[in-house]
Design a protein around this ligand. Structure first.
Ligand code: ZN
Length: 162
């Protein structure tokens, strides 16, 4: 039995998302993130990957990117949340999604898209409605730049991690 099913998303009103079909333990590998491996040279030159749609492009290493923008890549349906319960993990040229929290049955699976903060961040509003939401899809380390509220928690987290 698959750990996920496709359903209309609560986060992305016009789109779909993945939902847990049963309780999932933290650390569980849920789904592979599949796509086509392309050279950085190609992704740099292709119009498909200009700043308007970086969502499905992953940086694998200094030479290769993974383009996951294909209908057969079910994992691309996972939406961004500022309180994500999953994370992308990879090794070599492979990527997958793991649970970083215990996830309850019927919860939507979410990741941190990890967009860096730049002048374009307003193109990507976030509607995750979580308590932590900063309003935009920006990686957690950069959210304090948008909202001062996050400055404190960022510093605090940093201290704990050291
Ligand atoms: Zn959010």
């Amino acid at each position: 039995m698959k750990l996920y099913r496709i359903k209309k998303s609560n986060i992305d009103r016009n789109g779909r998302g993945l939902y847990a079909t049963k309780n999932i333990k933290k650390g569980t590998r849920i789904i592979d993130y599949i796509g086509k491996i392309i050279t950085k040279k190609k992704s740099d030159q292709s119009e498909k990957f200009d700043n308007s749609k970086p969502i499905y492009l992953f940086d694998l290493n200094s030479r290769y990117d993974l383009d996951g923008d294909y209908s057969w890549n079910t994992a691309k349906l996972i939406n961004h949340s500022c309180s994500n319960n999953c994370e992308y993990e990879g090794q070599g040229l492979k990527l997958w999604v793991i649970a970083i929290k215990d996830i309850k049955k019927d919860e939507e699976l979410t990741c941190d898209y990890g967009f860096s903060y730049d002048s374009d961040y307003k193109q990507f509003p976030c509607k995750c409605k979580s308590k932590n939401c900063c309003g935009y899809i920006v990686r957690s380390e950069s959210r304090w730049r948008i909202n001062k509220r996050f400055r404190l928690s960022f510093k605090k987290n940093n201290r704990v991690n050291r």
